[in-house]
Design a binder for this molecule. Structure first.
Ligand SMILES: C[S@@+](CC[C@H](N)C(=O)[O-])C[C@H]1O[C@@H](n2cnc3c(N)ncnc32)[C@H](O)[C@@H]1O
Length: 510
């Protein structure tokens, strides 16, 4: 629709709208793009049931928008331009240089690779990565390949899940890919073969609002993150913030791939620029480890201490880089415990600060020292568990949880964390068991119901999933919308409620 004098938004309102969109979605519309903004708002205006774009703009600015509204709006404002093996040079360099090193080292260890396509649009990018891995790893069936693919545009995500593409998605795609990985469907479209489709997990995630790295959404410890042609639409300060968070979501030595014109925001984050013959990629610097400024004499001479409340006959073991035996508890008075807790608090706070800055190794060192001093310290253990999983040290994280559960059997959070990490390791039966334990210990632990719902949802048991989602919703009903859920990486009760309601719509449909 053409913008006419009667059908325009006043400048002052456009200014407010552009700042609102920048904050909530990330997309930046400076003054010279206000016309484009108005053009994009026209069809959105109709879908939201407004005739007059001015009234629509007013409504957007005055209503506390639910995420579902935001999702709808985002679909009109974003640019979903993408195709298979876009910028083929990048894929060629990955195939020649980056992936062989990664595959060889993992072949000798975990046989696992984790990739995230952030801003995946209709799926051509994550599927291209899946095809490449499939081509390069002949025994891929024995590997654990995780490809997470997220976007803010729900329509694009629905298309991605269907995996059916027209000519335009293959505009520069080599023939061998079309022949080897697709089958023809109606109207000359091509459908991706099921085994490749199954390699990618799609879900909604807003880079400007939703937290990451995030254990709950399985967005941590990646080997490679593609975030191409997304940051260019954001304001520089937001693009820099997002690149920092992407850095924290990578393993040391992991790779970030951005679009050709997006290097600027990356250059200001903690990455090493690696120029290949035909592409530039950014590596999380694993050699220049920052020195921890924190110096705590208490921690440096960490002598093993008795475990409060631990059985007299059973010696505890402390998980640290080296496992240490600790004497059984004798008669630690409450006062002594409190004093020690006070002494250790600054160390925990420093570790938390480092964790939030993505400095996992340093945070881990402090926390290990802390736990040596106070083996039953649940808070420190929980943070160390997250620190380990953000570094891909899942086995260590599992051990830590299990050891802590020996001491703090009745801590639901520890069982929940253990479940999340076991989920990452694909140990579904144990995951379900730990989540049930979490609920047994705390029947209001909403995230346990949510996670169980997700597990059954993914396994195709829609009825069971719905039951758990309903349980979660009925607990959330009693919470304030802006209440931040414990152990949820900053997720609020209101947001979780919206996420679950959106999922429930899908479980209700056959
Ligand atoms: C141009 S496409 C890029 C697709 C793909 N990465 C590529 O390079 O071919 C940009 C994608 O970023 C998504 N996007 C924009 N803002 C986003 C946000 N705040 N969070 C997540 N995705 C976002 C858009 O919906 C769109 O699908």
């Amino acid at each position: 629709m053409k913008i006419t004098a009667e059908n325009t938004v006043p400048k002052a309102m456009l200014r407010k709208l552009s700042s609102f969109i920048s904050v909530r979605i990330g997309l930046y519309f400076p003054e010279d793009r206000w016309n484009t903004l108005q053009e994009k708002l026209q069809p959105a205006c109709r879908e939201f049931g407004f005739r007059d774009i001015g009234l629509f703009a007013e409504w957007l600015l005055s209503t506390p928008l639910e995420t579902s509204h935001l999702e709808k709006l985002a679909a009109y404002l974003t640019i979903g331009e993408t195709y298979f093996f876009r910028n083929i040079n990048t894929y060629e360099e990955l195939e020649k240089k980056v992936l062989p090193e990664l595959i060889n080292s993992r072949r000798k260890s975990s046989k696992s690779i984790r990739i995230w396509s952030a801003g995946c649009s209709s799926g051509e990018e994550p599927y291209s990565l899946a095809i490449l891995l499939h081509k390069m790893i002949p025994d891929i069936k024995d590997w654990k390949i995780t490809i997470m693919a997220t976007d803010i545009n729900l329509k694009a995500l629905a298309k991605a899940s269907a995996g059916v593409y027209g000519k335009w998605s293959f505009r520069k795609t080599p023939q061998w890919i079309k022949d080897g990985y697709f089958r023809k469907t109606k109207g000359n479209s091509l459908e991706l073969l099921t085994h490749i489709k199954k390699m990618v997990k799609f879900f909604f995630h807003n880079l400007a609002e939703d937290p990451f790295p995030s254990l709950i959404h399985d967005l941590t410890s990646f080997d490679i993150i593609f975030c191409r042609n997304v940051l260019m639409y954001f304001q520089p300060h937001l693009a820099k913030e997002i690149t920092d968070q992407l850095n924290y979501s990578l393993l040391n030595g992991g790779w970030l791939v951005v679009g050709g014109s997006e290097g600027y925001s990356v250059s200001r984050s903690n990455f090493v620029t690696v120029s290949f013959t035909d592409a530039i990629m950014y590596r999380k610097d694993h050699l220049n480890r920052d020195i921890v400024e924190f110096r705590d004499k208490e921690l440096q001479v960490a002598t093993p201490q008795p475990v409060p409340g631990f059985s007299k006959n059973k010696p505890a073991e402390v998980i640290s880089t080296g496992i240490k035996k600790v004497k059984p508890v004798t008669d630690d008075s409450e006062k002594k415990i409190l004093k020690k807790k006070k002494l250790l608090k600054p160390a925990y706070e420093k570790a938390l600060e480092l964790f939030e800055q993505g400095r996992y190794m340093e945070a881990g060192d402090i926390l290990t020292g802390l736990i040596m001093k106070e083996p039953g310290n649940g808070e420190a253990t929980k943070l160390l568990v997250k620190t380990c999983s953000n570094q891909g040290k899942f086995k260590e994280a599992i051990k830590l949880c299990e050891k802590n559960i020996e001491v703090n059997k009745f801590d639901p959070v520890m069982h929940y964390l253990l479940a999340l990490i076991l989920r990452e390791q694909n140990i579904t039966e144990k995951v379900v068991m730990e989540l049930n334990r979490t609920i047994y210990l705390d029947p209001d632990f909403v995230l346990a119901y949510y996670t169980l719902g997700n597990i059954f949802f993914r396994n195709g048991s829609a009825k069971k999933a719905e039951k758990f989602y309903d349980n979660a919703l009925s607990i959330l009903d009693f919470m304030k919308e802006d209440e931040i859920l414990p152990e949820a990486d900053g997720l609020t009760a209101g947001r979780l409620s919206e996420i679950i309601s959106a999922k429930k719509v899908k479980t209700d449909t056959p």
